[in-house]
Ligand binder design. Structure first.
Ligand code: 5AD
Ligand code: SF4
Ligand code: FES
Length: 368
């Protein structure tokens, strides 16, 4: 048996095993992808869940060194969707049977922002007859805020750890007391305690990042018992401090291949989690998202933000779908998913199976 096959048949992987798998090339890499594709088929089926993505505001108080909409980027045209625009996008998701949507924005902790999100949650549920599951992706917040939003009907939350290694995290964020690794970790714990389905993820191909870091990222996701994962390649944006490090990056194709390997290995490590085929994959390869679905991803996020705002939510350069509208992305993704021999699970919430079993085992152990 080859070394790859020997590792793939193991019950538990060591960090060294993961590092080895991340380094695979050529036909050995193909073996990894074939194995993860089989696991996906067996545990989550060849089905893809849609989450309609509403980027409802690009106003952000933070200054992550890699992000195009960071507070200090003066060249961004800042916007906030009106309530009517958010509700109309939500109605589109409902009428098109998407089953769930994601409300994403820059990070603000003001009272008016907190109240606004609360109100939008209640309104969306009201006009769509509680047919949609709502995910929030609005950054770090106090426990009380997370709880208020949960009580208003948000049951999933996405907060990427970005890099699970504290030292690397600190290289990607300013040292100003507002970008603390520990707070981010605490937020993830709090979200889990409140009862959210919790999603996190990392960027891949960051400056200073090693294969060891990535192997540890995978271990972090597993040990944290995460329910949903979104990971994608790091891509430069010219109006960010990290643009200065562009010559130190791996070539785009390598960042893409590493992203695929991270997705495939995660599917093997965590068989029943929801894994997104992220938009950043498509910024490198026209078929990036399709390839991710083939080897392990089972969630895709069609953008349903009104077209006129899309150019202004530019986290990185070459972001796809900025010239399109909600209907274009729907038609486009229907064709793309069909190409992967997967089926779109219309009309389903698509809760993470991992969340169900996590909650069940917590309840069972309390009963015992
Ligand atoms: N390249 C890739 N991903 C990025 N994000 C932000 N900036 C970039 C970039 N330059 C990701 C972060 C964040 C998510 C909303 O977008 O991981 O959590
Ligand atoms: Fe703001 Fe998020 Fe960008 Fe950081 S990654 S600057 S929190 S939008
Ligand atoms: Fe938006 Fe293809 S998914 S245009």
């Amino acid at each position: 048996m080859t070394e790859v096959n020997k590792i793939l048949t193991k019950e538990n992987f060591s960090n060294e095993d993961l590092e080895f798998l991340l380094g695979l090339q050529g036909s050995e890499k193909t073996l990894l992808f074939e194995h993860s594709a089989k696991i996906k088929e067996k545990y989550v089926g060849n089905r893809v869940y849609f989450r309609g993505l509403i980027e409802f505001s690009n106003i952000c108080s933070k200054n992550c060194l890699y992000c195009g909409i960071r507070h200090d980027n003066q060249f961004v045209n800042r916007y906030r969707l009106t309530d009517a625009e958010v509700l109309s996008a939500a109605r589109f998701a409902d009428e098109n049977n998407y089953g769930s949507l994601v409300l994403q924005s820059g990070e603000l902790e003001t009272g008016s922002f907190i109240k606004r999100v609360e109100k939008l949650l209640l309104e969306i549920h009201k006009i769509t007859g509680n047919r949609l599951r709502i995910t929030l992706s609005c950054g770090e917040q106090e426990k009380d805020t997370y709880r208020r939003w949960f009580d208003s009907g948000a049951h999933r939350y996405l907060l990427r750890i970005e890099a699970s290694d504290q030292e690397l995290y600190e290289k990607l964020h300013p040292y100003d007391g507002r970008h603390m690794f520990q707070r981010r970790r605490n937020c993830l714990n709090t979200l889990q305690e409140i009862g959210y389905q919790v999603g996190t993820g990392v960027m891949i191909g960051l400056p200073f990042q090693t294969l060891k870091n990535m192997a540890n990222d995978l271990m972090f996701l597993k040990e944290f018992e995460i329910d949903m994962v979104g990971m994608g390649p790091y891509l430069v944006h010219k109006n960010t401090p990290m643009f200065a490090l562009r010559d130190k990056l791996l070539p785009l194709e390598d960042r893409l291949q590493l992203s695929f390997k991270m997705i495939a290995i995660l599917r093997i490590l965590m068989k029943d989690v929801n894994i997104a085929a992220t938009t950043a994959l498509q910024a490198i390869d026209q078929l990036g998202r399709e390839k991710a679905i083939k080897i392990g991803a089972n969630v895709i996020m069609p953008n349903i933000t009104p077209g006129k705002y899309r150019d202004d939510y530019l986290l990185y350069q070459n972001k796809p779908c900025t010239d399109e509208n909600a209907d274009d992305c729907k038609t486009c993704l229907e064709v793309r998913v069909a190409l992967t021999d997967n089926e779109i699970a219309y009309g389903e919430w698509g809760d993470s199976e991992h969340f169900r079993s996590r909650i069940k085992s917590a309840t069972d152990s309390r009963v015992k």
